[in-house]
Every structure is written in structure tokens, then in C-alpha cells.
Design a protein. Structure first.
Length: 217
């Protein structure tokens, strides 16, 4: 029997995902130990967990290197991957927002050409150019996005806001909300045909666990 491969996003999302897998009776104790290992096998259940960078989860699933993945909806919106989105897990909640110095509030409209630093060029372009009709120049960064307006690299940023702490500690504010984000369970399209029963068994147990959490999620 082929292993079902599950891709998890290293970090906080993996911790929350592991909690869910344990709740549905899958032992993940090895994965909770501090280790640099990237693959964890559960021979008894025919499962394999792989730990990948958050932005790579959807890639592993789309190409079939993983059958199932748990990934933030920010990555799915940004990359528009060809896969099945099966469950809104309700955790990993945050939002994508436009942020910057409070003084920028009045410049976020029509005719102004502004510079936007972001890890999410598609989300930023879609929001400013297609939804607001505002011309922008995008500066693609890979991290520490909040730094960009502080050193004159950009006017504003488009980034994830979770607690708001990073913005506050850097003297920036949310100027406009773009979209709410949460973790999603995704499935490879071919796996869904070839391993339908085993995948739907896992998916339905996870759905039940998430539903049972209700407002606690
Ligand atoms: C994310 C995001 C913000 C921060 C938001 O960064 O890009 O910087 O978290 O969280 P907060 O609202 O709770 O402060 P991440 O930690 O992923 O680091 P990086 O993007 O700088 O690599």
C-alpha cells in the first residue's frame, strides 16, 4: 500500500496541524520532538508527514509529491494552484492588509502612483490595480516587510497582520484590509481519484474535529 504523504508548513501552522492529527488518533509524538528531520513515517497507518516551508506546501501538493497539505489561504490566493481545497480549518487566522505610516492614509486612492513592498505581488496587484484602479510599483521582498517604508524602499506594504505587534513596534498602522486568512486542507487532484477512500477518511475525521471545536477555533 502506498503511503499517503501529508505536507505541513514548518512552524506555528505545523504545531496547530499536529494537534488536529493527534485529535483524530494519529500519533505525531516524534514530530513534536525538537529535531531537524524533514520526513516522519507512521508505518502502521501508511502515512508519511513531510515538513516544508509554508510557501512551498502547495507546490508539493500540486505536483503530487504530497497527497495532502495544510497551508495558509494567503499562499493559495497568491499562487492560484491547481488543487482541491477541501477544508477551512479555522486556525492560523490573520489578515492580509495594506499597512504603512499613518500619513499615507490620504494617498491610497486613484491617481497616486505608490510603491508597495510585499511578499504577495499578485494579491497586491489585484487589490490596487483591479479593485481600486490605482497604479502601483511592486517591490517583491521575502521577509521583514515592515522595514521597507521605514528606510524609504516603499510607501506602504501589503503583508500579513496577525496580532498587529510587528506593525505597532515599527510605528506602522493598518491602512486598509484586503482579505481574511486561515489554514486550509488541500488535496492533489490525482490523489483524490487514486486514493479517494483513504483521503476522504482523513478529511472527514478532520472536518468533524474542526466542527466539534465550533467557536473555540
Ligand atoms: C509575518 C508577517 C509580519 C508578522 C505579522 O512575518 O510578515 O511581519 O508575521 O505578525 P504580527 O501581526 O503578529 O506581528 P514572519 O514572522 O512570517 O516573518 P518574515 O515575513 O519577516 O519572514
Amino acid at each position: 500500500m502506498k503511503d499517503i504523504v501529508i505536507a505541513l508548513a514548518k512552524g506555528r501552522l505545523a504545531e496547530l496541524s499536529i494537534e488536529v492529527f493527534e485529535k483524530i488518533g494519529i500519533d505525531c509524538s516524534q514530530m513534536k520532538e525538537k529535531t531537524r528531520k524533514l520526513i516522519f513515517e507512521n508505518e502502521e497507518l501508511g502515512l508519511k508527514f513531510i515538513m516544508v516551508k509554508a510557501t512551498d506546501v502547495a507546490t508539493y501538493v500540486e505536483y503530487g509529491a504530497a497527497d495532502i497539505g495544510i497551508v495558509g489561504s494567503d499562499v493559495l490566493i497568491e499562487e492560484g494552484r491547481n488543487l482541491y481545497e477541501m477544508v477551512n480549518l479555522g486556525f492560523g487566522k490573520c489578515k492580509v492588509a495594506v499597512a504603512g505610516p499613518a500619513s499615507m492614509a490620504g494617498r491610497l486612492s486613484g491617481g497616486n502612483n505608490i510603491r508597495v513592498a510585499t511578499k504577495y505581488p499578485h494579491i497586491a496587484r489585484d487589490y490596487f490595480e483591479f479593485k481600486k484602479g490605482q497604479t502601483i510599483e511592486i517591490i517583491k521582498l521575502n521577509g521583514s516587510i515592515e522595514l521597507a517604508p521605514l528606510v524609504g524602499l516603499s510607501d506602504v506594504i501589503v503583508d500579513i497582520v496577525e496580532s498587529g505587534k510587528t506593525l505597532a513596534e515599527n510605528g506602522l498602522v493598518v491602512l486598509e484590509d484586503i482579505t481574511d486568512i486561515s489554514a486550509r486542507l488541500v488535496v492533489n487532484r490525482v490523489s483524490m481519484k487514486m486514493e479517494k477512500e483513504r483521503i476522504l477518511d482523513i478529511v472527514s475525521k478532520i472536518k468533524a474535529e474542526i466542527a466539534a471545536r465550533g467557536d473555540r477555533a
